[in-house]
Design a binder for this molecule. Sequence first.
Ligand SMILES: *Cc1c(COP(=O)(O)O)cnc(C)c1O
Length: 467
Amino acid sequence: MTSNKNDFQNELFSPVYGRAWDTRNIPEDKLPENSMRDDEAFQIVRDEINLQGNPDLNLATFVTTWMEPKAEELMRLGAMYNLIDEDEYPQLKVIEDKLIRMQAGLFNAPNVKLVSGVSTNGSSEAIMLGLLAHKWKWRNHREKQGLSTDKPNIIFGADVHTCWEKFARYFDVDMKIIPLKPGKYTINADDVKPLIDENTIAVGAIVGTTFTGQVDDVEGINQLLLEHKKQTGQDIPIHVDAASGGFVLPFVQPELAWDFRLEQVRSINVSNHKFGLVYAGMGSVIFRHHDDLPENLPFKINYLGGSMDNYSLNFSKSSSMLLAQYYNFLRFGHSGYQRIMTSVMKNARMLENYLVKSGHFDLLTDSKYLPVVVVTLKNEKQFTVYDLSNELRKFGWIVPAYSLPANAEETNVLRMVVKENFSHDLAQKLVSDIHRVIKDLTAGQGAGNLEHNIKKGKSSTKPHGIC
Ligand SMILES: *Cc1c(COP(=O)(O)O)cnc(C)c1O
């Protein structure tokens, strides 16, 4: 054998680590000159991904980090199908419509056959599409009456997710933001009432706020808007942001009326990739009645073959998440979701109890609506929630600390979202690591400059990394 042939054989049959790539520089600024083997490329990408946090220990996000293997199989299949190609893949649209109706039923739509809705990239797109429809309805109505349409406004609380402010900025709508205050982190009818005027396109209500997991008083706001309609004839819709609560409340608080049971609730968004239990990449917006989506707003397109309506901010995307969500709906059914949600709520309460019992924490809110544990430190003199959060990172835990939105910025919290794969066992491990961190911090190890940490944690903008 020639040595060349030997080299080649060696390279071909050597273990994955130990081949040439393993000791070679991987270019960062240009396309590599030559090809490499599939398993090598895979390993390099896989290793790079490993440099980050572990999704299983990420309690900062509501977004799903575990799915059943069969669902993953369908996701691989779905990646081949562009969801927009309705003419070539008509069954995808059939599935999408089925999912919209199933969700409309879950949200108590008076008639699921009359709803309208689309699947989106997430709640952010869903919220923008929902609010845009209300802006157009308001404008169409004003134009018909010969009234001005240059000053639309929208009312919501400071407890909203950033995407509401994004909508206002991107689509030129004035925001009327109701500030929070210490001890009050949601909004109600009394907050909304003085802000209503003829240019109000909608009122936003959150079920399951990102910051505390509490719910706005949708029922009270609905009552207010019904009375307003009776007195003035002005019909102001409510858009409910159920990004995080949409798949929890129907199972753990079925009596709570926050959805289409309330007449003024005209549209609802939900993040399927939160408690719909699919990986990141899917939300939905559902309109109570197809008339709530102005017919001149969706685009009619015909160049993909056939003619179809398109209402979305983006165009092409994979069908993976749609198929994964369909799988979950069939696989879990109502009783399956109920089991999972009951169990995450139990684990959240258990975590709360452990933290309270430790004597170091106060509950900011109790996890009645969402499996979200939000605590404050009883004593912030020796160390802060920001120190705790930093120190927990050393054990792999991702537990965010942040200050609440205006005007409750003085409150610094630690928040843990309990998800499907956060078992009782993991919860106990987290609690034991928290104890250890507190012990070290009390003994003066680990904490940085306290002043600095408090300043660093506090910001007037919304915290990153929580979603
Ligand atoms: C997560 C969240 C959003 C944003 O949802 P995405 O699906 O991540 O776009 C909006 N509102 C609330 C209340 C949320 O919890």
